[in-house]
Design a protein around this ligand. Structure first.
Ligand code: FEO
Length: 399
């Protein structure tokens, strides 16, 4: 049975949800599932804005058939060639043999790399700024290279002022009927997943996102239709502001995230004590994470959110505790920068983790490491309480 929703009179959401997939990209936990959004524009010509993942292909084709009501499909616009959005291209060419596939040079190359069907007869290649007239609706193509793949482009519909934004402005999480941001409590129920999606998938490409935001600022945008998560038909400034902060690597909140690794609870004890001292000093936004227990994608999202980060880790095999090393490597890979950092190291006979964390943070941009750091030898002792207070004070003074 079809399941669609109108976005406007002539534009229909025809996507779907996958709540069975455990790991998006086989990497990121998605306990709330994920939506794959696709949109169909009905005008003198019909245009499909991207397809969906193979997992929901049956729903997708029922939605298309219901929406087209026997009309042919004239265009498939491929804004993004990652398989979670293009798994159905070949099947579409079988069902709609006259359909043109609209993409840029790199899109077409990627289609040929991923699939073996005869692409060339369907190709309609566009350049930046080109337009495609569908009747009363016209699509203008805006390239968004490396947000987060090289071929990515957005399509701006000029009559209804709608931006089809590819992965940008997307989120993890299945949409349950309520597909518009004004039908749900985004700040309460979606922001954390939207941040986790952005920081882990697009986070590395801040300068490229800034370039796209600059292009978008020249457009009169009334709605944003991303490929995942809710559709934005109001309050656009809220989400655009988040994207601006995230892509400039500016923290969203003046808050402290304490990340610790701990084999037997002693480094965890130091992390909890610091959190208690911060709370006692009046800091309200303090969160503590065990890097062995919380998936690194959540830790990355918190590192993007908070202004202050504390890393507390044991020395392990004369190196850094592996789960902490993974977090720091991921932070570097995702280009995270511009944070204030506190360090707590532990080592029973030759503490190395502080030096190693310092070295890894030194490879990231604008990481300001606080002067006071704490060294624990096996377990924290009473006479180190003042060391911990010193670190706490420096954090409070810089918040
Ligand atoms: Fe949702 Fe980059 O694919």
């Amino acid at each position: 049975m079809y399941c669609t929703r109108p976005v406007t009179k002539d534009i229909v959401w025809i996507g779907g949800n996958d709540r069975r997939l455990a790991l998006f990209e086989n990497l990121f936990p998605i306990p709330r599932g994920v939506s794959y959004n696709s949109y169909l524009i009905l005008d003198e010509k019909t245009a499909l804005m991207d397809t969906v993942d193979a997992s929901i292909g049956r729903q997708f084709f029922e939605n298309i058939e219901q929406t087209l009501q026997g009309r042919p499909l004239d265009y498939l616009i491929v804004n993004h060639m990652e398989p979670d959005h293009c798994a159905n291209i070949e099947e579409l060419t079988r069902r709609y043999p006259d359909m043109k596939i609209v993409g840029n040079r790199r899109t077409i190359e990627l289609i040929k790399q991923f699939y073996d069907f005869e692409v060339q007869p369907h190709v309609h290649c566009v350049e930046e700024g080109d337009t495609l007239c569908l009747g009363t609706h016209t699509l203008q193509f805006i390239f968004a290279p490396m947000v987060h793949w090289p071929e990515v482009m957005m399509a701006y519909e000029t009559s209804e002022h709608i931006l089809f934004s590819a992965d940008a402005f997307g989120s993890f999480g299945a949409v349950g009927g309520t597909i518009f941001q004004d039908e749900l409590h985004f700040d309460r129920d979606w922001l954390d997943d939207a941040r986790r999606y952005y920081s882990n998938i697009v986070g590395k490409y801040g300068p490229q996102v800034q370039a796209v935001l600059k292009k978008a600022s020249a457009l009169d945008i009334k709605a944003i239709c991303p490929l995942h998560g809710p559709v934005w038909r109001g309050d656009l400034g809220y989400f655009l502001n988040k994207y601006d902060l995230w892509s400039r690597y500016e923290p969203e909140d003046r808050g402290v995230a304490i990340f610790y690794g701990s084999m037997y609870g002693d480094t965890a004890n130091a992390a909890d004590l610091l959190a208690a001292q911060l709370a006692e000093a009046g800091v309200k936004d303090v969160r503590v994470y065990d890097v062995s227990c919380t998936h690194v994608s959540y830790l990355i999202a918190e590192a993007f959110r908070c202004s202050h980060l504390v890393f507390a880790a044991p020395t392990y095999n004369n190196g850094l505790y592996p789960a902490m090393e993974t977090l720091l490597l991921d932070m570097k890979a995702l280009n995270l920068q511009n944070r204030t950092v506190g360090l707590i190291e532990n080592g029973s006979w030759a503490p190395q983790s502080g030096r190693l964390m310092r070295e890894m943070l030194g490879q990231m941009k604008d990481m300001h490491i606080l002067e006071t750091s704490v060294t624990i030898k096996s377990s924290l002792k009473k006479d180190q309480f003042s060391d911990m207070q010193g670190l706490c004070r420096q954090i409070v003074d810089t918040l």
